[in-house]
Design a protein around this ligand. Structure first.
Ligand code: G4P
Length: 297
């Protein structure tokens, strides 16, 4: 149970993304990269640097409402220190997006200045929105472009299906080009992406996934699990992860005829609970060399 769950992966996706992005590059000034605040490292693709060929980037940590607030602060510090300032946001409600203009100014101000120096004012800045599947790219564009989705008509040269949206302030966003496939070289990365539901077209053993999720979350947020599933505080020490899954199934009455726990149904329920935020705000990875936050704080 100490090995990450194996996530099957199709590298063809990455090649397709690369081709699409390369086609879009001449059309854009930079990118809005959306990462998942619960897994800020695993939800980013390290190849984006080279894919963007040095163009500026605005990093959003979306679903910040589902991530541990203290961990959010650690990640913001980390990204600031490593030269990629980030903005925590909740694109479902729009919380935090008020800071987008400031981040844009910070990351794109030099471009505006460059154009101004050349005597060009009011030039539209075009940004490609990139991020892993399900991270909130559409939610972000919807929020920024308003309910009516201010489509920009007939911009040439973009792959069919891609669309530009004006968001005010002289900025346009390009939808759909950037379904950025994550890197799966590290099995722990694949596992975290499976925990959050980022990768759906992969084959995972749901019982093993749920057991590993309980094990991972139990390390830092064990009390939340005990509370949610009405388990005694010592349950996490007493049971191994598979035993914990069984205990939860029993508590929830998820039984097969004959009284045996339906572990598959229990596993699906456990994973769904986590993805729906029923265990509270949980971050699954911290910046390197950071001490774990105390969830009681
Ligand atoms: P994508 O374009 O990158 O694939 O992602 P999309 O915007 O479709 O968002 C995927 C899911 O994540 C949606 O939920 C969306 O509501 C949710 N979501 C996006 N941003 C946030 C956020 O900041 N916080 C939270 N809590 N959720 C967010 P869904 O279940 O697919 O649909 P629904 O719940 O909106 O009906």
């Amino acid at each position: 149970m100490n090995e990450p769950v194996s996530v099957q992966w199709f590298p063809g996706h990455m090649a397709k993304t690369r081709r699409l992005m390369e086609r879009c590059l001449p059309l854009i000034d930079g990118a809005v990269e959306i990462a998942d605040a619960r897994i800020p490292a695993s939800s980013r693709n390290p190849e984006l640097d080279s894919l963007l060929a040095g163009k500026p980037r605005l990093l959003l940590l979306n679903k910040a409402d589902m991530a541990d607030e203290q961990a959010n602060r650690l990640w913001l510090n980390y990204f600031e220190k490593t030269g990629t300032p980030a903005l925590p946001v909740d694109c479902k409600t729009g919380k935090g997006l008020g800071g987008f203009a400031r981040l844009a100014q910070r990351q794109l101000g030099h471009l505006v200045q460059k154009y101004r120096d050349r005597g060009i004012t009011g030039r539209t800045l075009r940004l490609m929105v990139v991020g892993i599947p399900n991270v909130g790219k559409s939610s972000f564009i919807n929020r920024m472009a308003g309910g009516a989705r201010a489509k920009v008509a007939d911009r040439p040269g973009v792959t069919r299906g891609n669309q530009w949206f004006a968001i005010g302030g002289g900025v346009e966003l390009l939808d759909t080009a950037g379904v950025l496939w994550p890197k799966f070289d590290d099995p722990a990365v694949g596992e975290r992406l499976a925990f959050t539901g980022a990768v759906r077209d992969v084959v995972v053993d749901v019982e093993a996934l749920a057991a590993r999720l309980l094990q991972t979350v139990g390390l830092r947020y064990g009390d939340r699990l005990c509370e949610r599933y009405r388990l005694p505080p010592e349950a996490l020490k007493e049971y191994d992860p598979a035993g914990l899954l069984e205990a939860i199934g029993k508590k929830r009455g998820m039984l097969l005829p004959g009284g045996v726990v339906n572990t598959e149904r229990t596993a699906v329920a456990v994973v769904d609970d986590y993805r729906a935020g029923k265990w509270g705000r949980i971050t699954l990875e911290l910046p390197e060399a950071e001490p774990a936050p105390d969830p009681a704080e």
